[in-house]
Write a protein that binds this ligand. Structure first.
Ligand SMILES: [Zn+2]
Length: 127
């Protein structure tokens, strides 16, 4: 297998993503289902972290949802920075971020102890 547990924090710098400019989201971040604006452009700090999240789904029923490991996130330091965001109930000291309009999620997670939010690049669209 290739990249074995590259656990060294590669925070922010090595982005090959065309939607990332100067370590931030080049365009506004929106919900891929309803287009609701989640984050204004140039706000999220690009970051590589490994985090397992349940697969994205549109309803709030999370039973039987598979999980996948996601590696690219936008770090948001303050939840009030979001244009629109919803939160699920608490799971393992975190809450999942969901679309405030259509409830699609998880779009990322919110760490309750540090109050930091992380939005998965693979689960949003840039527009
Ligand atoms: Zn939505």
């Amino acid at each position: 297998m290739s990249d074995t547990e590259a656990k060294e924090a590669t925070n922010g710098v090595n982005n090959q993503n065309k939607n990332v400019e100067d370590g931030k989201n080049k365009l506004a971040v929106r919900c891929q289902f309803c287009g609701s604006k989640i984050l204004e452009k140039q706000i999220g700090q690009y970051m590589v972290i490994e985090k397992e999240l349940p697969e994205i789904h549109q309803a709030s029923n999370t039973e039987g949802i598979k999980k996948e490991v996601i590696k690219e996130f936008y770090h948001v330091k303050d939840m009030y920075i979001f244009e629109n965001i919803g939160f699920t109930h608490e799971v393992d000291n975190c809450k999942y971020l969901t679309c405030a309009d259509c409830e699609a999620g998880p779009l990322g997670w919110f760490d309750i102890s540090t109050k930091q939010s992380y939005l998965a690049l693979s689960r949003i669209v840039h527009k």
